[in-house]
Write a protein that binds this ligand. Structure first.
Ligand SMILES: *Cc1c(COP(=O)(O)O)cnc(C)c1O
Length: 378
């Protein structure tokens, strides 16, 4: 007999520490966008990832929007980004009046394929329309191939914004040193949305080692308000700041983040071991990178099989979810340039994410494993 309780896909892990920090913030009276916990959270976050500067924002999407803006990305500019990603990677470029050059994924890591990026850059250089910014995305907790992408960015002198919304805690080895994703480009953006590895309810962070970029981002998110009496604003800014209440939750979650990363890796280890003999592709395992397996996902051998597995799990209250529809298949992005090898489409038709909350119990994980094994072996 299995119990009928639902096992969610990926839910927040909140406890007494969050209550403690939130209560402190409430008691301080600082609930809004001024308050001591915002800068405390920024500097603790910068320390964790190993960046010089961190600027707290209202979401991962607004962090990306501002990161593009500070690099001068505007009307008519092209953003080279992943075809296989959540739409929030691409919408800010469109809101800035730009267009997209979508780069398909490498089969090895499911992230932007540097060979396709190179092909696309060669072509656009010929017609004099290079991207203004290259924005790799660290998909599902797996670092993109930053060594190769940064080399291309340097060759063509194009700045890099990392969409590290799903990559917090993941590292890759560059010049022999393990470095956090998000700290390798000119700017890196993170998300603290409810389903991410740590959450503040909603929030984001921009990191950079460039004081001018950090200062400009901070200025823009605060309505481009000039530090002078009498409401002087020097351009059309944004109200994209984080609040002190949100930062309080961030302080608690950041303290627990190393344990969340460990929990995700342990969940992945157990799934990998349990599925080793099944005809399923397990998540990428790439030398010189350490994934967090933020959303543990497998690939079935076809879409009918994937749909069957998804509904078999759902019948038992085990919440699995399809991977993203490639951006080039989104109707409003149909005119984007596309450099493709078919991998994103395959991930969309064959991929399935399994329950992997950091507070997933081993009993619940064993239920998922039993259901998957039963699907393939009964
Ligand atoms: C979640 C996510 C974002 C956006 O973050 P929000 O905080 O939800 O705005 C951006 N890019 C990717 C790849 C994401 O998964």
């Amino acid at each position: 007999m299995t119990s009928n309780n639902v096992v969610p896909l990926c839910v927040p892990n909140l406890g007494s520490l969050e209550h403690k920090w939130l209560e402190e913030a409430l008691n301080s009276g600082f609930v809004s966008t001024a308050g001591p916990l915002i800068s405390e959270f920024e500097s603790a976050f910068a320390d964790y990832v190993g960046a010089q500067y961190a600027v707290a924002c209202s979401s991962g999407t607004t962090a990306i929007h501002v990161a593009l803006h500070v690099l001068g990305f505007g009307p008519g500019d092209v953003l080279a980004t992943s075809d296989f990603t959540f739409v929030a990677s691409a919408n800010p470029a469109l809101h800035r009046g730009g267009s997209l050059s979508l780069i398909d994924s490498a089969a090895t890591d499911w992230c932007m394929d540097p060979n396709l990026l190179s092909e696309s850059l060669k072509k656009s250089a010929k017609v004099g329309r290079l991207p203004k910014v290259i924005q790799p995305v660290h998909i599902l907790g797996q670092p993109a191939d930053m060594g190769a992408i940064l080399a291309l960015a340097a060759e063509y002198e194009i700045p890099v914004v990392e969409d590290a919304a799903e990559g917090l805690g993941a590292t890759c080895r560059i010049d022999g040193k393990a470095q956090h994703v998000g700290t390798l480009g000119d700017l890196g953006c993170y998300s603290f949305n409810g389903n991410k590895i740590m959450t503040t309810g909603g929030g984001g962070m921009i990191v950079t080692n460039d004081p001018a970029l950090a200062g400009r981002a901070r200025h823009l998110i605060n309505q481009a308000k000039v530090d002078a009496p009498g409401y002087l604003h020097d351009e059309a800014g944004y109200n994209y700041r984080m609040t002190n209440l949100v930062a309080a939750v961030g302080m608690a979650q950041l303290e627990r983040l190393p344990s969340f990363v460990e929990a995700k890796r342990e969940i992945a280890r157990r799934y990998n071991e349990a599925f080793a003999d099944l005809p399923l592709s397990r998540p990428p395992l790439v030398a010189e990178t350490e994934s967090t397996y933020w959303l543990y996902s497998v690939l079935c051998s076809g879409s009918a099989e994937r749909d069957g597995l998804a509904s078999a799990l759902e019948d038992q209250g085990l919440m699995a979810r399809l991977l993203w529809r490639p951006l080039h298949q989104q109707p409003y992005m149909a005119d984007a340039a596309l450099t493709t090898n078919g991998v994103a489409s395959e991930l969309f038709s064959c991929g399935l994410s399994l329950p992997c909350s950091t507070n997933l119990t081993s009993a619940d994980q064993e239920r998922v494993i039993a259901a998957v094994r039963q699907f393939y072996t009964h």
